[in-house]
Design a protein around this ligand. Sequence first.
Ligand SMILES: [Zn+2]
Length: 179
Amino acid sequence: MTDKLTPKQRHKCMSHIRAKNTKPEVLVRKWLWKDGFRYRLYVKGLPGSPDIVIRKYKIAIFINGCFWHGHDVSSPSGEPEDIISSTCCKIPKTRTDFWTAKIARNRQRDAMNYYRLKQMGWTVLVVWECWLKGKEQREQTLKALSYRINSLIIDSYKGPYQIEEDNIQEAAEESEQYL
Ligand SMILES: [Zn+2]
């Protein structure tokens, strides 16, 4: 027996940073189901293969690991490839350049996927792993998520008098990505 991966397997492993059925993901999924939302998992063909998809209302939910997706990292130089650690995404002290480049790439890929989804008329919600830590914070995050989804569903039933609101939403687009 050997634990070596074939090049093909390794490629598959390296190119899929989005692990399936992670603990945070299962947690969010169970919560939403209990709260009465019905969704699909890993819908192929959508940019970034969102973790949870509520197709009817075009809501795509990503549950992101703070390390791999570079939560809250900052870029003092303004260069997207030049990032420094945050409290929940600590870039390792060894092979720092490798990890910096990798996380920066993941962040750029995420941004592109969210952008493409929005272009397709989807709302993107991101739940960060660190928001699910600790009972109180977890509850708060999950309740906020349900509230956000409910608002989006209600909004989708509004009549044609939405022009002004749409403008406001566009102005707040940056924060819209998250809960
Ligand atoms: Zn985080």
